[in-house]
Design a protein around this ligand. Structure first.
Ligand SMILES: Cc1ncc(COP(=O)(O)O)c(C=O)c1O
Length: 360
């Protein structure tokens, strides 16, 4: 018996991409599949979407090379760019598109002994202070040197990332970031790419001819106050396991490490074969919802490495072997993440390799 399964619904992925494409009209989609496709399996996600999107984006060159080796032929973008001259040779070898966010990356491209020019996106900082410069003089120098570099295909693109497109109360700052991007864009003749998931659904004025959705492709809402269902998105991942033991508990019985849960009444306790060693968060508090036999039940006690506890209620009728859904359509991963004081991105990214991935 496989203890934990991550069921990946390719139909849901295709549905979500269709919803996204409708939202952005003719814009070209670069599907963000870094961190193993947000934990869903980058190769499978890429194979499912290769005819529906223009390209894919990853963070590390190793991720891009794996996709090429598995036969993905679409443009692949490196969002963080390269970190050595040797990596520029790999850009050429694997025909990868790269961001350039600083003078070091520029110099690597200028001096690399490559024969074929490469596709480059100038990455600027519009307010997040992560990658790229916000200094117009530095940006202008990088831009001009890229435009005069034989190793670069012209015209170059412009890329940036929004930091608060999903954040209530930061609407003014978001507007400032969008305006900063379009100020830099005025001097460009190449492609523009700004739009992330939140901007696709909430900020039409941040729509650029190229868009970079991540989380919404996986059927997860980027917003605290809007569900995936409200956005017409379908969760792609269902994480599920099984009950492997059942105990009758008396009121006051202490459950698990640290006796973190104390039975409030006589009840039935289910032991489920999924723990933080599978990627289910240790921070899940008592009362986190799971779905079992057509109803919501609640976790009880600290999550262990390989197991967790569920209070099934008195005379529940559940049996050993019954399926327990930890997140998916019936238990939004957004709900679990919120209870754990984190974001759904982290939960799906953390599903561990020992989990059995099934693609349907
Ligand atoms: C540079 C960049 N672009 C696009 C994305 C996609 O963001 P989202 O998943 O919120 O759409 C990310 C996500 O981390 C990113 O870092």
């Amino acid at each position: 018996m496989e203890s934990v399964t991550a069921l990946i619904d390719k139909g849901a992925l295709l549905h979500n991409i269709e919803v996204i494409q409708k939202k952005v009209g003719d814009a070209k989609i670069i599907a963000v599949i870094k961190a193993n496709g947000y934990g869903h399996g980058a190769i499978e996600v890429a194979k499912t979407l290769q005819d529906r999107v223009v390209g894919f984006a990853v963070a590390r060159i190793g991720e891009a090379i794996e996709l090429r080796k598995d036969g993905i032929e679409n443009p692949i973008f490196l969002l963080e760019g390269v970190y050595s001259d040797d990596e520029v040779l790999l850009l050429e070898k694997y025909n990868l598109y790269t961001a350039v966010h600083d003078l070091n990356q520029l110099r690597s491209i200028e001096r690399a002994p490559i024969k074929e020019p490469i596709h480059v996106w100038l990455q600027v900082d519009i307010g997040m202070h992560r990658l790229g410069s916000d200094d117009p003089r530095v940006i202008s120098e990088i831009k001009s040197r890229l435009e005069h570099c034989d190793h670069v295909i012209k015209p170059i693109g412009l890329l940036s990332h929004l930091s608060v497109a999903d954040t209530d109360g930061e609407e003014d700052y978001n507007a400032e970031e969008i305006s900063n991007f379009f100020k830099f864009a005025k001097d460009m003749t190449g492609d523009l790419c700004l739009t992330n998931s939140a901007a696709i659904f909430r900020w039409k004025n941040a729509h650029t001819p190229w868009v970079r959705p991540g989380i919404v492709m996986y059927g997860i809402s980027p917003f605290e106050d809007v569900s995936a269902q409200d956005l017409d998105l379908i969760p792609v991942m269902t994480l599920k396991s099984k009950i492997i033991a059942i105990h009758n508990l008396k009121k006051g019985a202490k459950v698990g490490y640290g006796a973190y849960y104390v039975a409030p009444q006589d009840t039935t306790l289910g032991i489920v074969a999924c723990g933080y060693g599978d990627g289910y968060p240790r921070t899940a508090p008592n009362g986190t919802p799971v779905y079992v036999n057509g109803r919501i039940a609640r976790t009880a006690g600290h999550v262990c490495m390989d197991m967790l506890f569920v209070d099934l209620g008195v005379n529940s009728g559940d049996k050993i072997g019954d399926e327990v859904i930890l997140w998916g359509r019936d238990v939004p991963v957004e709900t679990v993440a919120k209870l754990c004081n984190t974001i759904p991105y982290e939960l799906v990214c953390h599903v561990m390799p020992r989990v059995n991935f099934v693609y349907k």
